[in-house]
Design a binder for this molecule. Structure first.
Ligand code: LHQ
Length: 264
C-alpha cells in the first residue's frame, strides 16, 4: 500500500514549502504528522539551501489541532497524560519554529483550530484566506490554549480579547484577525497561494542572517528591559555587519542596482 505523506515538502527558489496533509481530518496532528513536521522544521534549521519556509494545509482546512480520534476516552484504559503529549510533541516543535533564524510564513488556507491556530500564530508572517477562521477550540473540550497560545494571545491582543477568544472558543474571521493585528493580512481565497509564495520567495532572496537576527530581536523585546535590549541590538548589528550580504547591500546601493543577497 502506498504510504500517505502527512507533510508534503518541496524546495523551490530557496523556499521550503510544507503542506500539512491529512485533509480528511482537517490536517489534525497524529503522531506521524507531528514527527514529520518536526523533522522538516529541523531540516529548515540545518539546510543552507532553505532560506525561508512556507507552511500551509491541503484541502479545505489549515489544521484542526490534535487528532481527537486518537484520544477517545470511550476506548478505556488510563486517562492519557496530556503533559507528556505536550512535552513530547508540541513544545519541541514550537521551540523549533520560534528559534528558526529564517523567516517562516504561514498561509492559513482554511480553518485553524486549537493547536493548529497557535502553530500558525507562532509563525513570523501570517496570511489567511478570507474564508479562514481561527478558533481557540480548547475550552470546548475542557483544555487550556496550548502550542504557545496562552503566551502569544495576550501579548498580541491584550488580556480582554485573548481571554474572550480562549474562554468562548468562538471562531474569529480572517478579516477580524487582521483588524486586531493577530495576523498580517487576509487575502482573497484564490489569491492566497500565489501571494504567500511570492512573499516567501522574496524573503528567500533576502539577507538571511540579518533577517534571522531581526526575528530574534523582535521576539526578545517583550521579555527584557531597554538596556538589555540595546546591548542585544549592538551585538546583533555587529554580527550582521560582518556578513557578505551587508557588504553587498551597501555596494548595491552605491552602484544604484538591486542587491544580490546570498544569505551569507
Ligand atoms: C477531526 C478534527 C480533529 C480528528 C476535524 N481530530 N478529526 C494537545 C494535547 C493533547 C490532546 C488534545 O489536544 C491538544 C491540542 C489541541 O489541539 S486541542 C483542540 C483539538 N481540536 C479541536 O477541538 C477542533 C475539533 N474540530 C472542530 O471543532 C471542527 O472540526 C472545526 C470547527 C475545526 C471545523 O468544523 P467543520 O468545518 O464543520 O468540519 P467538520 O467538523 O465536519 O470536520 C471535517 C472532518 O474532519 C470530520 O470528519 P468526518 O469523517 O466526519 O468527515 C471531523 O471529524 C474531522 N476533524 N477536526 N481535531
Amino acid at each position: 500500500m502506498l504510504e500517505i505523506q502527512t507533510v508534503i515538502s518541496e524546495i523551490n527558489n530557496g523556499v521550503l514549502k510544507l503542506t500539512l496533509n491529512r485533509p480528511d481530518k482537517l490536517n489534525s496532528f497524529n503522531e506521524e504528522m507531528h514527527l514529520s513536521f518536526r523533522a522538516e522544521i529541523e531540516r529548515a534549521h540545518s539546510e543552507k539551501a532553505v532560506r525561508s519556509v512556507l507552511l500551509t494545509g491541503s484541502g479545505r482546512g489549515f489544521c484542526a489541532g490534535q487528532d481527537l480520534g486518537d484520544r477517545d476516552p470511550r476506548k478505556g484504559g488510563e486517562r492519557s497524560d496530556l503533559g507528556h503529549t505536550i512535552e513530547t510533541f508540541y513544545n519541541p516543535t514550537l521551540r523549533l519554529i520560534r528559534s528558526l533564524e529564517k523567516p517562516i510564513i504561514c498561509a492559513v488556507n482554511g480553518v485553524a483550530a486549537g493547536a493548529g491556530a497557535n502553530i500558525a500564530l507562532a509563525c513570523d508572517i501570517v496570511l489567511a484566506a478570507r474564508s479562514a477562521k481561527f478558533i481557540q477550540a480548547f475550552s470546548k473540550i475542557g483544555l487550556i490554549p496550548d502550542a504557545g497560545g496562552s503566551w502569544s494571545l495576550p501579548r498580541i491582543l491584550g488580556e480582554p480579547r485573548a481571554k474572550a477568544l480562549a474562554l468562548l472558543g468562538e471562531p474569529l474571521t480572517a478579516e477580524q484577525a487582521e483588524s486586531w493585528g493577530l495576523i498580517w493580512k487576509a487575502v482573497d481565497d484564490a489569491a492566497l497561494p500565489e501571494e504567500a509564495t511570492a512573499l516567501a520567495e522574496k524573503l528567500a532572496t533576502g539577507p538571511t542572517v540579518g533577517l534571522g537576527l531581526t526575528k530574534r530581536l523582535i521576539q526578545a523585546a517583550a521579555s527584557q528591559d531597554l538596556d538589555t535590549h540595546l546591548d542585544m541590538e549592538r551585538d546583533c548589528q555587529q554580527t550582521a555587519g560582518f556578513t557578505d550580504d551587508y557588504a553587498e547591500g551597501v555596494i548595491a546601493f552605491l552602484e544604484k542596482r538591486p542587491a544580490q543577497f546570498r544569505g551569507e
